[in-house]
Write a protein that binds this ligand. Structure first.
Ligand SMILES: [Zn+2]
Length: 213
């Protein structure tokens, strides 16, 4: 009967091996996982960002690019509501440079910063280096412009909801694992989720992106 015991030992170690396999995070969540096959223990679902990072384009300059076209591409790809498109395209002052001008460098802008937003009075500004102007960078910066529309109470509420969901949402965990920039603070986290996850973010987060959804 030794062979039977051996067979049983082989079977048990096989089953232990199967259950001990590392699981891809997020199995079982719906609507946020891209997988080509039904999820089973044989084919764990793999996570992927709905909007992966676009490469910087060193050949793109103020002279040879169409800023309006990139803005339109962003509005379309992210399905920004029609009634809010004018706000994001024309209500915000947009500046594009081949290199940051001396006054911006003098006021502390890192020469390698791809883009930024700021506010003077009630007016929002968005500036970007031409080589970095793409849909993803626009999505990040426009998330900042959307965040600026939140009240102080809503910003505090976002911080608490965000710090909580960041520990449990598989796609957000995955995003910050491969690109931890969003962990800088809750405002950069807001912009990075808007950029890379966009419309696929959890329903509970969408209300913190006024005018974008
Ligand atoms: Zn930012």
């Amino acid at each position: 009967m030794n062979w039977l015991i051996k067979l049983w030992a082989v079977f048990v170690s096989y089953m232990l091996g199967r259950s001990g396999k590392p699981q891809t995070q997020g199995t079982g969540e719906s609507g946020q996982i891209t997988t080509g096959a039904p999820a089973t223990s044989e084919t764990p679902p793999t996570l992927s960002l709905p909007h992966p990072e676009e490469p910087m384009n060193p050949a793109q300059t103020v002279a040879n690019m169409d800023i309006g076209a990139v803005m339109t591409e962003w509005l379309t790809q992210r399905n920004v509501p029609q009634e809010n498109r004018d706000y994001f395209k024309n209500g915000i002052e947009i500046e594009v440079y081949d290199a940051w001008p001396p006054d911006k460098i003098a006021s502390g802008t890192n020469p390698n910063t791809p883009a930024m937003t700021w506010q003077v009075g009630n007016k929002r500004y968005l500036a970007c280096l031409a080589k970095w102007l793409n849909v993803g960078v626009i999505a990040h910066e426009q998330a900042h412009n959307s965040y600026a529309l939140l009240t102080e109470d809503e910003k505090a509420e976002w911080k608490s909801v965000y710090l909580d969901i960041r520990e449990s949402d598989p796609l957000i965990k995955y995003l910050f694992k491969i690109n931890p920039y969003g962990l800088t603070n809750e405002i950069e986290g807001h912009a990075e989720i808007g950029r890379y996850i966009g419309q696929s973010m959890s329903e509970s987060l969408r209300k913190y992106y006024p005018k974008l959804f």
